[in-house]
Design a protein around this ligand. Structure first.
Ligand code: GLV
Ligand code: MG
Length: 347
């Protein structure tokens, strides 16, 4: 067992000390950029003002013969653009791929000082995090990177889900996790070709009616269990949980429903793979105005967070004060980035 005292020591001489708390910034959507496509790279300067996190994707969806171009494209865009308060992330190739090592070596060498987070796919257990943790520390030291680069794991294998608690606690470099429903479905042998969302056959059939009338199948969320496990593992360790991709770009209503389930269960944000999903994530992961105004009333009615009061016939106490604080804190964060919401929330 690693000694508690050593947990926050840098893993390489000259590497920055690990952070004790995550940086605070809105992360409602992690927008995926395929960086080998020049036309899309050109849109990044305007994209940066619209998204909370911009991620250069090097892994799945990038063809094998475009892997080097994607890496070079990401480095070029990371160098050229001022990201301000918008997060700059990359999703590197998997640890067992022929590209992982060069992804990490080249990116940290070229733009390590600007990179906030490395997203690591197909994480199976804490050993995967330990390896990248050590490697990043060595590269940070070598290239004099002053701010630690964080790690975000994708939860997308059966083995990873089994080890989710140990993955979350593996390193102070952990930022959080995203659910990867496509790889996870394959890894588990789930019988679906969809990327996230519900399935018409996954449901509960209503009891037979006495008159023999039609019975309704109520669709259930096949991702509920995994999202809840991921949220518990992340939040128990001070990390953030995210819903990953929603593959049907045409079905915006279903995407919104999936994102909203994740938001209500405790997730911070979701991936946007298509520009239309940016607005959906913004809508879903910014707290509702009505909810914020009510939460503010709870905080105002209980200035020290203790006791019990009734507001609009609903009981409030120390616990609901904490629930209200989660919502108001998030609203303040979002308001800093969004003047229209700031006004609606009354800040
Ligand atoms: C994402 O990477 C997924 O596999 O769903
Ligand atoms: Mg995947």
């Amino acid at each position: 067992m690693k000694l508690p005292r050593d947990f926050y020591k840098p893993l390489a001489i000259g590497a920055p000390a690990p952070l004790r708390d995550l940086p605070v910034a809105p992360e409602r959507m992690i927008h995926f950029l395929p960086p080998h496509i020049e036309k899309l790279r050109a849109k990044v300067p305007s994209m940066v003002t619209q998204v909370d996190v911009l991620l250069g994707n090097l892994e799945d969806a990038i063809p094998a013969d475009a892997k080097e171009a994607a890496r070079a494209g990401f480095i070029a865009v990371a160098r050229a653009v001022d990201f301000g308060r918008t997060g700059l992330w990359t999703r590197v190739n998997a640890l067992n791929s022929p590209w992982f090592l060069d992804d990490v070596f080249e990116i940290v060498a070229a733009v390590g000082g600007k990179l906030d987070v490395v997203m690591l796919p197909k994480v199976e257990g804490p050993w995967d995090i330990h390896y990248l943790d050590q490697l990043l520390a060595q590269l940070e030291a070598k290239h004099a990177v002053a701010k630690p680069i964080l790690i975000h794991a994708i939860l997308e294998t059966a083995q990873g889900v089994k080890n989710v608690d140990q993955i979350a606690a593996a390193s102070p470099r952990m930022h959080g996790m995203s659910l990867g429903p496509a790889d996870l479905a394959a890894s588990r042998g789930m019988k679906t070709t969809r990327v996230g969302g519900g399935h018409p056959f996954y449901g509960v059939l209503a009891d037979a009616a006495e008159d023999g009338g039609a019975r309704t199948l109520f669709q259930q969320d096949p991702w509920h269990y995994t999202i809840a496990r991921m949220v518990d593992a992340c939040l128990a360790n001070g990390l953030r949980a995210f819903y990953g991709p929603f593959g049907d770009f045409q079905d915006e209503a279903a995407c919104e429903a999936q994102f909203r389930n994740a938001f209500l269960l405790g997730c911070t944000g979701a991936w946007s793979l298509h520009p239309s999903q940016i607005a959906i994530a913004k809508r879903v992961f910014s707290p509702e105005v009505k909810e914020v105004l009510f939460a503010k009333r709870i905080l105002e009615a209980m200035p020290d967070g203790t006791g019990a009061v009734m507001i609009d016939g609903k009981m409030q106490d120390d616990a609901t004060w904490k629930q209200a604080k989660v919502i108001v804190d998030l609203a303040r964060l979002v308001a800093e980035k969004d003047p229209d919401l700031a006004q609606a929330y009354g800040f």
